[in-house]
Write a protein that binds this ligand. Sequence first.
Ligand SMILES: C/C=C/C(=O)SCCNC(=O)CCNC(=O)[C@H](O)C(C)(C)COP(=O)(O)OP(=O)(O)OC[C@H]1O[C@@H](n2cnc3c(N)ncnc32)[C@H](O)[C@@H]1OP(=O)(O)O
Length: 257
Amino acid sequence: MYSYWHVQKEDRVAVVTINRPPANALSQAALTELAALLDELERDGQVKAIVLTGEGRFFIAGADIKEFTQLMSADAEALAKAGQQLFERLETFPKPIIAAINGACLGGGLELAMACHIRLAAPEAKLGLPELNLGIIPGYGGTQRLPRLVGRGKATQMILTSEMIGGEEALRIGLVEAVHPLDQLLDEAKKLAGAIAQKSAVALRLALEAVHAGTVLGKAEGMQREAELFGEAFASEDVKEGVAAFLEKRRPQFADR
Ligand SMILES: C/C=C/C(=O)SCCNC(=O)CCNC(=O)[C@H](O)C(C)(C)COP(=O)(O)OP(=O)(O)OC[C@H]1O[C@@H](n2cnc3c(N)ncnc32)[C@H](O)[C@@H]1OP(=O)(O)O
């Protein structure tokens, strides 16, 4: 159904794999398909968590550089805005998205991974924003998200030098949450997604929104939003089940309502 994205749904988790040899570069067509795929995953009530990974030895080596040869300045601005919008959609997606970074995760690839909610990596992954090597700058949100994740100094250093770091270094600076051997990475990501999928879909959505609010609003407004969302959680059926299950010393069976 999609030319560049393979989707496997299993136990309420969708594993989405980009397959665009040789480097899984993000062409405009691949990004258009990703937007449609997100629509599908949002609608699918069976899917509660998503794992995003790359086929072969690359995660995503960036935007497709071959599409840059004819790009004019005005078109480039529009292209950046469209990419930013799509990655904003990932960041505000109502279901958790885990990036399983299996290999080169560069430029637009890292920008996509940074828009995901959680990142896991293999030690041999290579993460970086090497756009300056091409005489351009990151354009899909990299200059904004990287400093928020690793601090302004380290982000500026990575962007200005185009340095690529491995999974362990990415873990050390807070760019990824965990490192797993490559042959276990996908299983670990699925395991994490599966554990998350046990929660109420309502609470997952509200928690994601509350955390995101904190990154775009000031603290006082973020607190206000958290209180509102806390109130919304109490309007769900799942809160009754969660509290009853705790009191009855059993596992909750959430209806996701
Ligand atoms: C708004 C967003 C902007 C951006 O994202 S700009 C792009 C940022 N990304 C980059 O600059 C990364 C460019 N790629 C590389 O630096 C290297 O590649 C790697 C480090 C990822 C891998 O190096 P190695 O293992 O030596 O492989 P290889 O022979 O360079 O690449 C294998 C094939 O993949 C193609 N390729 C790699 N990255 C891209 C890309 N981003 N766009 C289009 N093609 C790419 C190559 O050309 C080549 O292809 P062939 O085998 O036909 O020669």
